[in-house]
Ligand binder design. Structure first.
Ligand code: PEP
Length: 257
């Protein structure tokens, strides 16, 4: 049985003050819910990690970062290491988000190094993969997923992959209001799961969690979560408000009943 995981990617939103306010609101609302069956993860900007950690400590919410560098320390101006994230209270880290691939030159090679660094620092990597609209229209969706997953996971052992979460995030659905239909999401998730069976084995394919990301909202979470290979969601825009993110977690929990 794979545990559902709902993560909020706050991107470059929320000052420290706003982040404290949002996480306090979420803690209050999610505390009321019986969400023992769901991992809820907040991924604020680096500047707010420690403060959000202070708020959510002793709650059922966990902390994640949005990126890391693959070395523990050194002369790498502007970078933050896995060791530093762990110390700040993180358990998760998003790696290879399409915005990082698109705007910051992230490649499968850097993604792979970051995944290894995350695992070495006992952080759960959330490996993002997904196609652009052009790639989907050219019939290359599965080729892209294979490229992102296979190369991102190069050299990762069975023990390692079992600690990783994969996020299928079609680029055309991120921040656009367009959601993949539940059929499109299920098809992509099934493809990734079958690929894991080929790269590793059936046990791995059966255990690794695959989240969907791309304009997830309270209105579409139920149908997405009803798909057999969808194990949760990576939420951007709708994670920035207490009401919408709480609703998403609540509706995901209802599907599990
Ligand atoms: C994301 O940031 O990973 C994301 C899926 O964003 P949104 O939910 O806003 O599309």
């Amino acid at each position: 049985m794979r545990k559902t995981i709902i993560a909020g990617n706050w991107k470059m939103y929320k000052t420290i003050k706003e982040a404290i306010e949002l996480s306090n609101g979420l803690k209050r609302e999610l505390f009321k819910l019986d969400n023992q069956d769901i991992d809820v993860v907040l991924c604020p900007p680096f500047t707010a990690l420690s403060e959000v950690y202070e708020v959510i400590t002793e709650s059922n919410i966990m902390l994640g970062a949005q990126n890391l560098y693959w070395l523990d320390e050194g002369a790498f101006t502007g970078e933050v290491s896995g060791k530093m994230l762990k110390e700040a209270g993180c358990n998760f880290v998003i790696i290879g988000h399409s915005e990082r691939r698109q705007f910051f030159g992230e490649t499968n090679e850097s993604v792979n190094k970051k995944i290894k660094a995350a695992l070495a620092n006992e952080l759960t990597p959330i490996l993002c993969c997904g196609e652009t609209l052009k790639e989907r229209e050219a019939g290359k969706t599965f080729d892209v997923l294979k490229d992102h997953a296979q190369n991102g996971l190069a050299g990762i052992s069975k023990e390692g992959i079992l600690k990783i979460v994969i996020a299928y995030e079609p680029v055309w659905a991120i921040g656009t209001g367009k959601t993949a239909t539940s059929v499109q999401a299920q098809e992509a998730h099934k493809f990734i799961r079958d690929l894991l069976a080929k790269l590793y084995d059936q046990e791995v394919a059966g255990q690794v969690r695959i989240q969907y990301g791309g304009s997830v909202k309270p209105e579409n979470i139920t149908e997405l979560m009803q798909q057999p290979d969808v194990d949760g969601a990576l939420v951007g825009g709708a994670s920035l408000q207490v009401a919408s993110f709480t609703d998403i977690v609540k509706k995901a929990a209802e599907v599990l009943k």
